[in-house]
Design a protein around this ligand. Structure first.
Ligand code: ATP
Ligand code: MG
Length: 394
């Protein structure tokens, strides 16, 4: 156990690198527990910056910004995996940082991430690293059709091209500016799940019940918990894999692992995120402790508890598209606020908006969690809310 004197208690200031919606929900959780917060993000209107006690408006590698964050914070975390690992290393010279730059560095690079999975005995999709024309030429035929993904800086399906033939692969690599890529074999997915774990400084690991995730155009659209399709064998394997992956990085904080479940029942790890995850947003309203509270607890040395799902639920992502009803392309007409009153008239709906004033196609503006007495009841209300908002049924 962490000794009492190592615990950072409420009243202290917690720092977070990145000012997006994940940072905003972290700030909300920290403040609810009585902490002060400091956000480092260059954007003056960043979702987390807007609600934090302090907002340091500099780039992630700005020396003065990092020094200020370290000076005001008792401990520091990150909400964005593309924060340069060296910025976290710099902060760690003077303050506890969770997760560590070394763990974030693995998650930032698809090739290292896959090597880490394999090292933990966890299967991932057959793949090849493409950094040179020679490696491109040497790609085995059986990886096609596949998905070419940039090794770094991809998210929400960005930096990915689906390729069926060798000619498309060659053109695809050109289109991605010949940066380091991973070509992954296209797998026949039965469904997708993710597991969120939190690991403390003392090595204790807890996990949330598995989530089932529906993606549309490479972006998470709907999360359902309990996961309707999973078998006991799949969930036990996913939990065991996630615990192992976290422990072997000596990880401290919240970590999400995304898995594919294949038609034959096998599970393979897709990718991981060194922070709370979009597929865990339901934990705010449907669990007795949220992923953001566990992020606070892990970084401060407070006890972790095994989270309990108290309500079956679905989480719907609210993308910017919803602000432009009936318009195929963004920007064509004036943005129009969705009918929140109609959605909130449905019982069990919990609206979360991230404070982004400009809606853009595919931009995550907020999410709606729907809790119910039973999975079927939650689903029925979620489908009604989706119809009001113009979200395709699921
Ligand atoms: P994010 O970071 O938002 O989760 P990303 O841009 O990093 O997404 P991935 O998770 O790699 O993207 O892929 C997005 C989605 O594309 C997956 O959730 C899955 O639906 C589909 N996909 C990705 N890789 C494969 C694959 N090898 N076979 C089949 N489908 C895939
Ligand atoms: Mg993903």
């Amino acid at each position: 156990m962490t000794s009492k004197k190592d615990v950072i208690l409420p009243g202290a200031t917690l720092g977070v690198m990145g000012g997006g919606q994940l940072g905003r929900m972290f700030v909300h959780a920290a403040q609810a527990m009585g902490y002060r917060t400091a956000v480092l993000d260059a954007d003056a209107t960043s979702p987390a910056g807007l609600v934090s006690h302090e907002h340091i408006q500099t780039a992630y590698l700005d020396e003065a910004g990092l020094a200020k964050l370290a000076q005001v914070s008792a401990a520091i975390t990150t909400e964005f995996e593309n924060v340069p690992a060296q910025a976290l290393d710099k902060l760690a010279e003077t303050r506890p940082v969770a997760p560590a730059g070394s763990a974030v560095a693995i998650c930032q690079d698809r090739a290292r991430e896959k090597a880490h999975f394999v090292g933990c005995g966890v299967d991932c999709a057959p793949h090849a690293l493409i950094e040179t024309p020679e490696q491109l030429a040497a790609v085995p035929d059986d990886l096609l059709p596949g998905i070419l993904k940039t090794a770094r800086l991809g998210y929400d399906g960005k930096g990915q091209i689906r390729v069926k033939t060798r000619a498309e692969l060659i053109a695809g690599w050109d289109e991605l500016k010949r940066v380091g890529c991973v070509l992954e074999k296209m797998l026949p997915l039965a469904y997708e799940v993710s597991v969120l774990v939190a690991r403390g400084r003392d090595g204790q690991v807890v996990h949330f019940p598995l989530q089932q995730n529906l993606h549309r155009d490479g972006i998470l659209a709907v999360t359902t918990v309990p996961a309707p399709n999973v078998t006991e064998a799949v969930s036990q394997q996913a939990y065991a894999s996630a615990h192992k992956i976290a422990a072997s990085m000596n990880y401290v904080g919240v970590l999400c692992i995304e898995f594919f479940v294949l038609a034959d029942g096998r599970i393979v790890a897709n990718e991981m995120a060194p922070r709370p995850h979009n597929s865990g947003h339901h934990t705010i309203d449907a669990c007795d402790v949220s992923q953001f509270e566990l992020q606070v607890r892990a970084m401060t040395g407070l006890p972790l508890v095994e989270p309990v799902l108290h309500s079956p639920c679905l989480m719907l992502n609210l993308l910017g598209d919803l602000w432009f009803p009936g318009v195929a392309d963004d920007g064509a007409t004036e943005q129009q606020e969705p009918d929140w009153a109609a959605v909130l008239a449905l019982s069990g709906t919990h609206l979360h908006l991230y404070g982004k004033t400009e809606a853009r196609k595919a931009r995550k503006m907020g999410h709606l969690t729907v809790t119910g007495a039973t999975p079927a009841a939650a689903r029925e209300v979620a489908l009604k809310a989706a119809a009001i908002l113009g979200i395709e049924p699921f």
